[in-house]
Design a protein around this ligand. Structure first.
Ligand SMILES: Cc1cc2nc3c(=O)[nH]c(=O)nc-3n(C[C@H](O)[C@H](O)[C@H](O)COP(=O)(O)O)c2cc1C
Length: 170
């Protein structure tokens, strides 16, 4: 699949089959995601991959948007490792994680899997339930898996801007 088709094919999947994800495939997708750039190449992104019933239940207790996926990846940033402006005004934490997340979604699509980028989760509860140290900040959840036969894009997926409406060429 060429890149343009890949980008068009991806949509937020909110219904999953219970077919397990092959371990090799999941590893390949995560490895591809890690090729994303990070500020100063500090590589602060950490994955918590929930696959066991226990871990999936914990994830579902922290977010209403895990959609019974066979796996949920909690993408985190190590705040001790990410780039921080010396005056403390800016950090790369969210940006580094999001770039990794973008590649994760597209690699999953290329490999026949669906994903959804999920911000609707409780960060404090996530830290408690998964016993995360202070420096590990959960940035977003990403359910991943084979799509259910009933899965289809939400109508919002088709709402996209015209280039000329959102671009100013100077
Ligand atoms: C930053 C961000 C946060 C999002 N949070 C959620 C969420 O918590 N729950 C959810 O179901 N979808 C969430 N989405 C998915 C968006 O609703 C979806 O990407 C958007 O409606 C466009 O649809 P599409 O992904 O199918 O193209 C999020 C997407 C982004 C980029």
């Amino acid at each position: 699949m060429d890149f343009t088709t890949l980008c068009k094919d991806r949509y937020s999947v909110r219904a999953y089959s219970d077919k397990p994800i092959e371990e090799e495939k999941l590893n390949k997708i995560l490895q591809t995601a890690l090729s994303a750039p990070t500020a100063k190449n500090n590589r602060p992104v950490r994955f918590i991959v929930c696959k066991s019933q226990e871990a999936l239940a914990k994830a579902a207790s922290c977010s209403p948007c895990t959609f019974n996926a066979p796996a949920v990846i909690i993408v985190c940033t190590d705040t001790d490792v990410c780039w921080n402006a010396t005056d403390g005004s800016r950090t790369s934490a969210d940006i580094d994680a999001t770039l990794v997340g973008s590649q994760l979604m597209l690699s999953a699509t290329e490999n026949g899997l669906g994903t959804c980028f999920v911000l609707l989760f409780d960060p404090q509860k996530t830290k408690e339930v998964f016993e995360l140290p202070n420096n590990i900040k959960p940035i977003f959840y990403m359910p991943i898996g084979y799509k259910a036969e009933t899965a289809e894009p939400n109508p919002r997926h088709f709402q996209r801007d015209n280039l000329e409406d959102v671009t100013k060429i100077l």
